[in-house]
Ligand binder design. Structure first.
Ligand code: SAM
Length: 194
């Protein structure tokens, strides 16, 4: 598919996201956006700590069905500490996004060089102290409070140097032809080499 300039599997690093503190009802929209950013910006999957919220699953399934990314895993109701410990045991780096951490631009090169796979932790409200301690990197995306959605998007963009914005999915049914005005959506023709 020549309209694609990158595929998730070509990004070269396996990234997973761990979403802490989701409150069903209240955080439904924002957690859905965290999941959408994770998929669209090149993560392999996301874990939602402690709770199961079927509405999030439905939203992401709809997107994957049209735009691809069946490999993307959404696992809900996980024990977050177990995920962090397993990840570290397996040689992965744990990155916690927090306004109190080190500036992303100061550490991103070392992360790229050092880490074979990454677990990115984002919170909702207050994140427990233990995560600051277990994280290999506590990273800020600026030192102002904003949002887990923007923090995750900017971290992944810095990690991939913007390549993820040209990414598409091999199993997509549709793709977009960028246009000055209007919406141009085409169906993927798997019978041709285009
Ligand atoms: N005061 C909170 C804190 O401890 O970072 C802000 C909570 S904020 C509503 C929810 C999540 O967004 C945080 O847990 C963090 O993952 C992310 N976040 C917000 N601002 C950030 C920043 N400037 N840098 C990195 N992550 C940020």
């Amino acid at each position: 598919m020549s309209y694609c300039r990158a595929y998730p599997e070509e990004l070269g690093l396996d990234v997973y996201v761990l979403r802490l503190g989701h409150r069903p009802g209240r955080d439904k929209r924002i957690t859905t956006h965290v999941v959408l950013v994770a998929r669209a910006f090149g993560a392999r999957g996301i874990y939602i700590a402690n709770v199961v919220d079927e509405s999030i699953k439905k939203s992401i399934e709809k997107v994957v069905q049209r735009w691809g990314g069946k490999y993307f895993t959404l696992v809900m109701g996980v024990d977050p500490m177990k995920i962090v410990k397993e990840f570290k045991k397996d040689g992965g780096c744990v990155v916690h996004l927090t306004m109190y951490g080190l500036p992303v631009d100061d550490v991103i090169n070392s992360i790229r060089e050092r880490c074979r796979k990454i677990l990115v932790i984002v919170g909702a409200e207050k994140v427990e102290r233990i995560y600051y301690e277990l994280a290999d990197y506590n990273i800020s995306i600026g030192n102002q409070p904003h949002s887990e959605v923007s923090a995750l998007a900017l971290f992944l963009d810095r990690l991939w140097n913007g390549v993820e914005l040209k990414m598409c999915f091999k199993d997509a049914k549709y793709y977009i032809v960028p246009s000055v005005r209007g919406k141009v959506v085409k169906m993927v023709d798997r019978g041709s080499s285009a």
